[in-house]
Write a new protein. Structure first.
Length: 365
């Protein structure tokens, strides 16, 4: 059996096309939810036609560094007991557990696999910022996971090279599975309410949700000034407000300040297909999300990444500008983002097909 250990909706977005590939091959699999996010809120499960098989935690998790740490410590041992009962010893010999990315759920899944004697595979393996605390805790999580898993699915040769000192099988997938999810979303783009409302407008998308940014009040207020100046050119700023950011901005008064600007439109986090439909028509993207960087690369969208460093190479020196949180770099990008517009990319290979085939071979071995 193939088990997908999924903690966040962002992880689900990237393992979704692998599951679809396995389904097309008639290969059964099960979804294990760590409970870090409520996966049932994602429309992708509906498109997949496969529910979550095992819930390790159900209920809200405080989306702060301390809140997630408390949840991790409270859930880890309980999850071991639950999975040990759910997966018989004989089945463990012929099963693999798949984790994705660099969240604390990724680390939890890899630890549980090791404790249960399951072979584990890591999707999006080998990404590195080479700074232990940037981003935190992601860099620590992915480095630890690389020591725990049996095989590594890396999106490019650079990521494969970063795993040279690690044991296990390394497989280059020639791209990120995100490209397959993007292909799927293009097939089913819906004309949701927001998409229809924005159809006649020129707008750009702004996403900020990382802990190191949302609590940096000086950076946030500088950014607000800069995006407000951009909206004076007749553009609307679509501000995607994640819950951690909403809590932080409500506490420091930033949210009230945002409401002062007519052309800054605040909307909650969108469902994936709707977000892709919105992003496809946007003039450009300003974000601190790594997945957003990859999405903009495949879409050819001008993208400003609000980080001091990025563990992803997609789009750099192409359509993506790394801000290093320098107000001058941000201002220069916003002067003319169209300089960074590129043609959309259509890789010839499917990363998800490569991974699904390797997984089928692994459980047959």
């Amino acid at each position: 059996m193939i088990y997908f250990f999924v903690g966040t909706i962002a992880e689900l977005i990237k393992v979704f096309p692998i599951m679809k590939e396995l389904k097309s091959k008639g290969q059964p699999y099960k979804i294990v939810s760590s409970g870090q996010n409520d996966l049932t809120q994602s429309e992708l499960l509906t498109h997949l036609g496969h529910p979550v098989d095992i819930f390790l935690h159900q209920g809200p998790v405080q989306q702060s560094a301390l809140g997630v740490l408390r949840w991790f410590m409270a859930t880890l041992f309980r999850s071991y007991v639950q999975l040990r009962a759910a997966i018989p010893p004989v089945e463990r010999l012929h099963s693999v557990l798949v984790v994705h990315g660099d969240t604390v759920s990724t680390l939890m899944g890899a630890l549980l696999a090791r404790a249960l004697g399951l072979r584990a595979g890591h999707v999006e393996a080998g990404l590195r910022s080479f700074r232990w605390l940037t981003p935190f805790p992601e860099e620590i999580c992915r480095c630890l996971v690389s020591h725990l898993v049996s095989f590594h699915f890396s999106p490019n040769s650079w990521a494969v090279g970063n795993l040279a000192k690690h044991k296990g099988r390394k497989i280059c997938t020639h791209g990120n599975t995100l490209i397959d999810t993007l292909r799927f979303s293009k097939e089913i783009y819906s004309q949701g309410t927001l998409s229809k409302e924005l159809q006649e407008q020129r707008y750009f998308v702004f996403v900020i949700h990382r802990q190191e940014n949302i609590y940096n009040e000086a950076l946030i207020r500088t950014l607000i000034r800069q995006i407000a100046e951009k909206t004076s050119e007749g553009l609307t700023c679509l501000f995607i407000l994640h819950e951690p950011a909403r809590a932080a901005f409500s506490a420091n008064g930033v949210l009230q300040e945002l409401h002062r600007f007519d052309r800054i439109r605040i909307v909650p986090r969108l469902r994936y297909v709707e977000f892709m439909a919105v992003l496809a028509r946007a003039e450009f993207l300003v974000t601190d999300g790594g997945s957003n960087q990859e999405e903009s690369y495949y879409l050819g969208k001008p993208c400003l990444v609000l980080r001091t460093a990025t563990e992803r190479i997609e789009g750099l020196d192409h359509n993506v500008v790394l801000s290093r949180c320098d107000p001058g770099v941000i201002e220069d990008f916003l002067k003319d983002p169209s300089r960074y517009r590129r043609d959309p990319l259509e890789p010839s290979e499917s990363p998800s097909a490569i991974i699904s085939q390797a997984l089928v071979e692994e459980i047959a071995a």
